[in-house]
Design a protein around this ligand. Structure first.
Ligand SMILES: O=C(O)c1ccc[n+]([C@@H]2O[C@H](COP(=O)([O-])O)[C@@H](O)[C@H]2O)c1
Ligand SMILES: Cc1cc2nc[nH]c2cc1C
Length: 351
């Protein structure tokens, strides 16, 4: 998989900042929204950015390790929630509708036969990954196929005129995979990357910790923030889910096409970590939407030097944090476009 993501040219920074500073407000008074406006202006290389056709994509996949007891819920919930997405009844459906976002649902590797279905993109790599307690979760070929399929989806969106894409996921057991990815790609101690996911009790959490320590010991890969792209690819094949790999590919494809990326919580963050180890400049295209209550998310944000937009104690996934933060980004671009300047409104500047 060859991606070439360059940081946006910063030559426009001073002019964009001048436009922001000339709006009718004290200097810097729109805080984080000003940084968002600047970011989107640089990504699109214009003083008048637009965020047309905002789209959420929810990637679903199953995990071989789910059957070993790393989640509070049974694996079947993955396909059952996909049905819920298709019927329009999940939280992400509600928030996407409320905030004017399109929503696509992708079967990246659910252990269920949906048959041909309206509204479901069939990109199934395999019906669930293998159990990483015993063997690598996926082969290199499966990983590369997931990455390529994700990138192709993002390119199709870009070709259709989409300028901003939000990422969401569904997969019972995927907090465990995200914990292993976060540990190996940031160097954070494994225990600090593991949380209760969908709601494990204390004995369940202890068992999850024990199982994941065993999986890490079996694979024997280094845990480091400086491993680069090859290391990230090895870690992804060892522990990843197909939804995580496909999201990483879609993020890379989207950034390469100049889209703004809405990064959701802990699992989406683990896909982003993989993408960032492959192509570090991808951070310039990303908006970190919310802080997940899952403890490993803090390790990701710290490793990326990212401060999320909102902190609502969410731990649902599906892209809900991204869909909820999206209106803030829309407002940032709107103020840049529509707000009067001191000159146009005849407002006196600071003495
Ligand atoms: O995105 C998050 O931060 C997040 C935190 C905890 C749980 N989830 C969701 O819960 C599921 C995974 O939880 P688990 O306990 O089965 O690993 C998966 O479908 C995720 O969308 C998501
Ligand atoms: C009901 C349910 C909904 C979800 N949405 C994302 N992950 C989920 C996990 C469960 C268990």
């Amino acid at each position: 998989m060859n991606f070439a993501i360059a940081s946006p040219d910063i030559a426009l920074t001073a002019e964009l900042q001048r436009k922001i500073d000339n709006k009718t407000k004290p200097l810097g008074a729109l805080g984080e929204l000003e940084r968002l406006a600047l970011k989107v202006g640089l990504v699109q290389q214009t003083l008048s950015p637009r965020l047309d056709q905002p789209q959420m994509i929810v990637f679903a996949g199953d995990h071989g390790a789910a059957r070993a007891g790393v989640s509070a819920f049974p694996q079947d919930v993955t396909w059952q929630m996909v049905e819920n997405f298709l019927a329009g009844g999940a939280a992400i459906n509600v928030f996407a509708r409320a905030n004017g976002l399109g929503l696509s649902v992708v079967d990246a590797g659910v252990a269920h036969d949906f048959g041909p279905r309206d509204g479901l993109i069939d990109a199934k790599v395999a019906p669930g990954t293998r159990n990483y307690l015993d063997e690598p979760a996926m082969t290199a070929a499966e990983r590369d196929s997931a990455l390529a399929r994700g990138a192709a989806l993002a390119r199709e969106l870009a070709a259709a005129g989409c300028k901003v894409v939000g990422f969401g996921e569904m997969g019972i057991g995927n907090t465990a995979a995200a914990s292993l990815l976060t540990h190996h790609l940031t160097g954070t101690p494994l225990a600090d990357c593991i949380g209760r996911g969908t709601g494990l009790d204390d004995p369940g959490l202890a068992r999850k910790r024990e199982l994941l320590a065993r999986a890490a010991a079996r694979a024997g890969l280094p845990a480091t923030a400086t491993g680069g792209g090859e290391h990230a690819l090895a870690v992804l094949a060892e522990f990843g889910g197909f939804e995580i790999a496909m999201m990483a590919g879609a993020m890379l494809g989207a950034a390469e096409a100049g889209l703004v990326l809405l990064v959701d919580g802990f699992i989406v963050g683990s896909a982003f970590l993989v993408a960032a180890r492959l192509q570090p400049a991808i951070v310039d295209y990303a908006v970190f939407c919310h802080r997940s209550a899952e403890p490993g998310h803090q390790a990701q944000l710290a490793a990326l030097g990212a401060t999320p937009l909102i902190d609502l104690g969410l731990r649902l996934g599906e892209g809900t944090g991204a869909a909820l933060a999206w209106p803030l980004l829309r407002a940032a671009v709107a103020f840049l476009d529509e707000m009067a300047s001191f000159e146009s409104a005849g407002v006196s500047e600071k003495a």
